[in-house]
Design a protein around this ligand. Structure first.
Ligand code: NAG
Ligand code: NAG
Ligand code: NAG
Ligand code: NAG
Ligand code: NAG
Ligand code: NAG
Ligand code: NAG
Ligand code: NAG
Ligand code: NAG
Ligand code: NAG
Ligand code: CU
Length: 648
């Protein structure tokens, strides 16, 4: 096994600390509660380590101060519901981010140094009172969580080749990052004169590489929507167009059909997600886009604002799906949203459904002072939508959306708000700040700067949970690992062994309605039910499929899900924990599933002798050890979580 980075050990050690805590807070399933306040407004957010969420803002006049300047970075502890400030030094205004394959988080780009009102400093590009921020345009910032929980940002020391305001960051199969698009300075949409129709890599592989697609799709090309595909091609969507791009030859591998549906990139801001990849769908990579705003390319204007009044324009209800690597990809219409939505955000739930929340019913993201928006500060979106919805990708067409049992949220989440999955399967929501600087006195108070943190609870939140997985690292191909299933894991019903699975979720880097890098994969598995009448057995779980483009290397969470109810998420390292070669080997066969014995007392409605039970099954591991066990000291600290039943 490859040597493990410190990050893996840190994640495991921290897991040991929280593993004893279950979903410990009284919660209303399908409801939410305000769990506290952040010190910086949650424009960007990611789950960095067990129980820890990093919240990033732009440079602005937050009251909290660190190192003699206002803070715009913070780490929130989801268990103690308290936070520590972080010393981010360059302006993270509309940056992009993602985790590297070695567990370090990276945040790229942003805007120039600003003072009050978000105005340029005098002299321009100087670090001056009162905000003392550095130029973030080309900044590359790094955060490596540690087990002492005292790490901070490495900021102001590393730079990209180009300035990038609104860049997209996507992980590649070797754990390095693609950083693409954006423009030099701020604006509502991209201006040709300051466009960055190119991309670069981190770690750097030389100068930026031109990408014509990001010129063709002007001005709707900021935060271009991009996903690494199984082939290694990059699927990129901007304007109403889409391509598969070959990063080896720097050419378009295949032009995909254009959509006639709504605009999807910022500031139209559709909700986007790659649908869960499962053995049942053979890890097909299909991407879902919901909402956005239906206006033609030539009405989006320029950096100063749109050429129409977005506040009069309902956001779109339309959902569309595309499978970019299908033989003949098409934009397939999916079930409509209940209401049109811009800046809606998808977050995977461990059960394989997707939460959809946040955003507005009218208008767009972005802001600019216009004659028509004086009452709402400078927001270009209005009518916050408080209704979360759940999307079931396996449901029949016509019944994929549900709001049954789901209350309205309490806090509006307009432009510059975020939502991220937590270990217990709940979702933390933060931010909302369609303002150039901290503002509390807009006439419409729901457009003021928002600090409240609200946590949302899925319908199964209070149910007894299966045992947390004892896994710290998962390789690509090569074998499987065993998960013991106790009577309590199976809710004392042996038939539930047929509905047990292990899923891997990367919650990603949340900003602007997109959780960049967010991916969900169910690992292949078979089961052995014990044959002696006890309600117990073993799940045989394959390592990652032998292709690191399907689910890229780096940190993620693993859940044991039984009958739709997940364990607490276990932070794991996918791949070697290093950048570069991921030691990919062929997958090995799993033992055939072995069903429970047919009960002797069965009174004739037994369907037979059990499926898949031919062949003898030992229940032992079929291949090479799946896990790098790492430091025994660390791993033995991990306490298996005993399922807890809570009363609401
Ligand atoms: C991960 O890789 C990046 C880029 O090379 C580097 O800056 C960072 O220090 C690495 N992190 C660890 C934990 O080695
Ligand atoms: C920012 O600049 C604008 C335009 O020059 C000016 O009207 C405004 O007063 C400035 N804001 C602050 C807080 O200085
Ligand atoms: C599943 O996908 C793999 C890799 O793309 C392919 O080789 C295989 O034929 C597919 N299997 C089925 C049943 O479609
Ligand atoms: C509130 O608005 C007034 C003018 O409308 C402005 O002078 C003042 O600075 C604002 N206060 C805050 C805290 O934004
Ligand atoms: C806005 O003000 C109203 C009336 O004071 C209050 O009920 C409401 O909670 C406030 N909303 C926000 C988002 O602050
Ligand atoms: C046991 O679980 C299966 C599904 O896994 C369910 O169909 C069945 O009704 C359950 N039996 C009891 C007694 O709850
Ligand atoms: C049933 O078999 C399993 C696996 O061999 C064993 O761990 C368990 O103790 C047995 N239970 C009973 C009641 O015999
Ligand atoms: C899952 O594992 C079984 C048994 O090894 C194998 O036959 C099947 O092809 C695998 N499915 C996928 C999608 O890899
Ligand atoms: C169960 O197995 C027995 C013995 O192999 C066989 O005779 C019988 O037909 C089987 N029943 C079913 C429903 O397959
Ligand atoms: C977790 O796995 C490690 C390594 O395989 C093992 O030593 C340890 O006993 C396991 N802990 C539990 C609680 O199962
Ligand atoms: Cu922004």
């Amino acid at each position: 096994m490859t040597k493990r980075g410190n990050i893996v050990a840190a994640a495991a050690a921290a897991a040991a600390v929280i593993a004893t805590a279950g979903p410990s807070m009284a919660a209303t399933p399908g409801g939410s509660e305000i769990v506290g306040s952040s010190s910086v407004s949650g424009m960007m957010m990611f789950n960095s380590a067990p129980g820890k969420v990093v919240i990033l803002d732009k440079t602005e006049g937050n009251a909290a101060r660190i190192n003699g300047h206002p803070a715009w970075g913070e780490e929130w502890d989801t268990q103690s519901r308290s936070s520590r400030l972080m010393n981010v030094v360059t302006n993270t205004f509309c940056a992009g981010g993602m985790s590297l394959g070695n567990g370090t988080w990276a945040v790229f780009g942003g805007n120039e140094n600003v003072g009050p009102g978000g105005n340029s400093t005098t002299p321009r590009f100087s670090t001056t009172a009162p905000y003392y921020d550095g130029d973030g345009g080309a900044a590359a910032r790094f955060y490596s969580p540690n087990s002492a929980d005292n790490a901070d940002w490495d900021d102001g020391n590393h730079y990209m080749k180009r300035r990038r305001w609104y860049p997209t960051v996507e992980a590649l199969g070797d754990g390095t990052l693609w950083v693409g698009g954006g423009e030099d300075y701020g604006g509502y949409v991209a201006d040709e004169g300051q466009n960055q129709p190119n991309f670069e890599y981190w770690p750097s592989r030389g100068d930026a590489i031109n990408m014509d697609f990001l010129t063709q799709t002007l001005p709707m090309n900021l935060y271009p929507l991009a996903w690494t595909m199984a082939s290694g091609y990059l699927f990129v969507q901007a304007g109403q167009d889409a391509i598969l791009y070959n990063l080896d030859s720097n050419t378009v591998a295949k032009g995909l059909p254009s959509t006639t549906g709504p605009m999807k990139v910022y500031p139209a801001s559709a909700g986007v997600a790659m649908l869960p990849m499962t053995p049942a769908n053979n890890y097909t990579q299909e991407v879902l886009f919901c909402g956005g705003v239906q206006r033609p390319l030539n009405e989006w204007g320029n950096g100063a604002g749109p050429l129409y009044n977005p506040l009069n324009t309902p956001a779109s209800k339309v959902c569309e799906r595309i499978t970019p690597e299908a033989d003949n990809p098409t934009w397939e219409q999916d079930d409509d949203l209940i209401n049109g939505r811009s800046m809606g955000t998808f977050v995977y739930l461990p059960d394989g459904k997707l939460w959809f929340g946040q955003g507005v019913r009218m208008g767009t993201g972005g802001y600019s002072g216009q004659p028509y928006n004086k009452n709402i500060g400078i927001s270009l979106g209005d009518q916050p939508d408080f209704q979360p919805m759940v999307y079931d990708p396996t449901a029949a067409r016509g019944s994929r959306w549900s709001i049954a049992g789901l209350s309205q949220m309490q806090v509006q989440r307009m432009y510059h708000s975020t939502a991220i999955l937590l270990e217990d399967g709940s979702i933390l929501t933060a931010g909302s700040n369609p303002n150039a600087d901290v503002t509390f006195n807009n006439t419409a108070n729901y457009t003021n700067t928002e600090y409240r943190l609200e946590q949302w609870y899925p319908l199964w939140y209070n149910q007894a949970r299966p045992t947390q997985l004892n896994v710290t690292q998962i390789a690509y191909g090569g074998g499987s690992f065993e998960v013991p299933l106790s009577s309590s894991d199976l809710s004392n019903n042996i038939t539930n062994i047929k509905n047990a699975k292990v899923v891997i979720i990367r919650s990603g880097f949340a900003t602007h309605g997109v959780n960049f890098g967010q991916r969900y994969m169910e690992l292949n598995s078979t089961y052995t039910a014990n044959q002696n009448g006890s309600v117990s057995g073993t799940l045989h779980v394959s390592n990652m499929p032998p292709n690191s483009n399907i689910f890229q290397p780096g940190p993620a969470m693993a859940f044991l899900v039984v009958n739709g109810v997940p364990s607490m998420g276990q932070h794991v390292m996918i791949g070697t924990g290093q950048l570069g070669d991921q030691n990919i080997v062929a997958a090995t066969e799993l033992p055939a599933s072995q069903d429970p014995p047919v009960p002797k007392s069965s009174t004739g409605n037994s369907k037979g002798n059990g499926s898949g039970s031919s062949g003898s099954n030992s229940g032992q591991s079929s291949g090479a050890a799946a896990l790098s066990t790492g430091s025994a000291a660390v791993v033995t600290m991990i306490v298996a979580l005993v399922a807890v039943v809570l009363s609401a």
